[in-house]
Design a binder for this molecule. Structure first.
Ligand code: F0G
Length: 471
C-alpha cells in the first residue's frame, strides 16, 4: 500500500503504518538558520552548496555518503579497534564480512570508494581501451579516463528520460555493448563497469535478469564484469519488490546472487554499509588481487588497513551485516518514498520511479525558461538553500564536466537536483519541512534567473566551481 493511501486514511481505524526498526539514543542539535544569514553564506560559497559550511545548513541532503548514523553496535565496535600497522584483527573481521555477504574471496580495503576506483582502473585498464558502463559516475569515469580508458555509456535509453516508468532503468542495453564489441573487438574492452542503483540516473536499479544476461555475454567474449556495489543492497530491495521470483528471498540472498555473476566489485562503504568512512575492492582472480594488493601500499596504506583506522574497519564489518537486514532497508527506502509522495501530490517534477537513496528533482521541468548553460539544477539547489537552509546537490551539466577530447561541456539529458537522504538520521517531520520548502520554491519558479560560472577547477568541477547570479 502506498504512503499516500496511508496518509489519506488519516485517523480511520484499520490504518497500519510502518516505522523505523530503531529508536534514538543520542541527538545532535541543529542550527536554525535565518534568511539574511543564508543569503550571505550562499554568496560566500559562490552559489555552490558544496562550498557552504555545514554549520550554515539546517537539513543536510547534500549526500547519503558518509552521513549515516551508526548504531550502538557499531559505536561499541569502534572501541575494539586494533590499531596495529599490520595484520589488525579488524581487517580480518572486515574480510570475513565481505566474503560472507558479497561472496568474493580476495579483499583490499581502501579509504573510500574512489580509492578503490583508482586501484582497479590502474590495474585493469590499458591506454586506449573502452570501459562500458551503465551511465557514468563522476569519480568512477574520471579514474577510468586518468588510466587511459574511454568510458562508453551502455545504459538503456529509458534511463535518460525522467518520465519513463520502467522498473529497471539501470539495466545495460546489451545490444549497445554488442555493437561496441563488434566494432572494436573484445580485446579493446578493459571490463564492463556495472553499478547497482545507478546514482546519476536517479538511483535506478538493475534487474537480476540483466546482470545474468550481461554476465553470460561477458563470459562468452572473455570480458570481465566488475560491479560498483556502493548501493547494491538498495538495488536488491527493488529486485525483491519488482522482479518475479524474488518476493520471498531475503535481501542478503539477492545481493549474493547478484555478486555471483561478477568477477569482482568495489564499494564506497559510506553509503549502504552505514559508516562515515571506508571502502573496499574485492576480486576472484588471484593474480589481479596480487597486483591490487601491491598497488594499495603505494596509494592508500598497507594491504590490511588501506587508509583506514582499525576501528573504521570494525564499524564497516558490523555495518555491512546491518545493511542486509530487510527491515532496515524497508524503512530506509520507505522514508525516501514518503518524501516523494508528498512532492508528487503537489505536482513537483522529479525522476520517476523514485530510486533508493534520493529524490532527483527535474530542474529542466522546474525551470523551462532557463538554458542548460544557465545551470538550472545549480540554480534550484541555491534557491532551496535560500528558502529554508536545506542543502541539496547539483546533478546536471556542472557534474557532467567536459569532454576530455574536445573540451566542450558534456550536455547530459538529465538536469537534476538531488535531495539525498542520509540513513537513520532525519525524522518524518524533517521530511515534511523539506517537502514544504520544495513546494515554496516550485511556486516561485518563474522568478528564477539562473547562474553563470565564474571559476571552474580542472577535475570534478562541481565540487569547487563558483557561480554568480545572472541579472
Ligand atoms: N560510486 C558511486 C555509485 C558513488 O555514488 C560514489 C560516491 C562513489 C562511487 C565514490 O565513492 O565518495 O567513497 O569516494 N558518491 C557520493 C555521492 C560522493 O554523493 O553520491 P567515494
Amino acid at each position: 500500500m502506498s504512503d499516500t493511501i496511508h496518509r489519506t486514511m488519516g485517523q480511520q481505524s484499520g490504518r497500519r503504518s510502518w516505522a523505523e526498526p530503531w529508536k534514538i539514543k543520542m541527538v545532535e542539535p541543529l542550527r536554525m538558520t535565518r534568511p539574511e544569514d543564508r543569503a550571505g553564506a550562499l554568496a560566500e560559497a559562490g552559489y555552490n552548496t558544496f562550498l557552504l559550511r555545514s554549520d550554515d545548513v539546517y537539513i543536510d541532503l547534500l549526500t547519503d555518503s558518509g552521513t549515516n548514523a551508526m548504531s550502538d553496535r557499531q559505536w561499541a565496535g569502534m572501541m575494539l579497534g586494533d590499531e596495529a600497522y599490520a595484520g589488525s584483527r579488524n581487517f580480518y573481521r572486515l574480510e570475513e564480512a565481505i566474503q560472507t555477504w558479497y561472496g568474493y574471496p580476495f579483499i583490499v580495503p581502501t579509504h573510500q570508494g574512489r580509492g578503490a576506483e583508482h586501484l582497479i582502473s590502474q590495474a585493469a585498464i590499458r591506454k586506449g581501451q573502452y570501459v562500458p558502463g551503465n551511465m557514468y559516475f563522476t569519480t568512477t569515469r574520471l579514474h577510468q579516463e586518468l588510466a587511459g580508458g574511454i568510458f562508453v555509456d551502455v545504459i538503456t535509453d529509458a534511463a535518460h528520460d525522467p518520465a519513463n516508468l520502467s522498473p529497471f532503468k539501470g539495466d545495460v542495453d546489451i545490444a549497445k555493448l554488442e555493437n561496441l564489441v563488434a566494432e572494436h573487438g573484445a580485446a579493446s574492452i578493459a571490463y564492463v563497469s556495472l553499478a547497482g542503483t545507478v546514482n546519476m540516473a536517479g538511483g535506478q536499479p538493475v534487474s537480476m535478469a540483466n546482470v545474468k544476461a550481461l554476465s553470460a555475454f561477458c563470459r562468452g567474449h572473455g570480458i570481465k564484469l566488475f560491479l560498483d556495489a556502493t548501493r547494491l543492497v538498495e538495488n536488491a530491495f527493488f529486485i525483491q519488490e519488482r522482479e518475479p521470483g524474488y518476493a520471498d528471498k531475503p535481501l542478503a540472498a539477492i545481493v549474493r546472487e547478484f555478486c555471483d555473476y561478477s568477477d569482482g566489485a568495489w564499494m564506497s562503504a559510506k553509503k549502504d554499509a552505514l559508516v562515515n568512512i571506508g571502502g573496499w575492492l574485492a576480486v576472484r582472480d588471484r593474480a589481479l588481487f596480487e597486483e591490487l594488493r601491491n598497488l594499495v601500499v603505494v596509494y592508500e596504506g598497507l594491504h590490511t588497513y588501506g587508509g583506514l583506522a582499525g576501528r573504521d574497519m570494525e564499524a564497516m564489518a558490523i555495518g555491512i551485516a546491518e545493511s542486509m537486514q530487510d527491515d532496515h532497508m524497508r524503512a530506509r527506502i520507505g522514508q525516501v518514498r514518503y518524501l516523494a509522495e508528498l512532492l508528487q501530490d503537489w505536482g513537483v517534477p522529479m525522476v520517476q520511479p523514485v530510486g533508493g537513496h534520493a529524490i532527483f528533482l527535474d530542474a529542466r521541468a522546474f525551470y523551462p525558461h532557463l538554458r542548460q548553460d544557465q545551470f538550472p539544477s545549480q540554480t534550484l539547489a541555491a534557491e532551496l538553500y535560500l528558502d529554508s537552509g536545506i542543502r541539496s546537490m547539483e546533478r546536471g551539466i556542472v557534474s557532467a564536466g567536459r569532454d576530455p577530447e574536445t573540451g566542450d561541456h558534456h550536455y547530459p539529458k538529465l538536469e537534476l537536483t538531488r535531495l539525498t537522504i542520509p540513513r537513520r538520521v532525519y525524522t518524518q517531520a524533517h521530511m515534511d519541512v523539506v517537502a514544504e520548502s520544495v513546494k515554496a520554491v516550485y511556486d516561485a519558479r518563474a522568478a528564477a534567473r539562473g547562474l553563470k560560472m565564474v571559476y571552474e577547477p580542472r577535475y570534478l568541477r562541481f565540487f569547487q566551481a563558483r557561480f554568480e547570479p545572472l541579472s
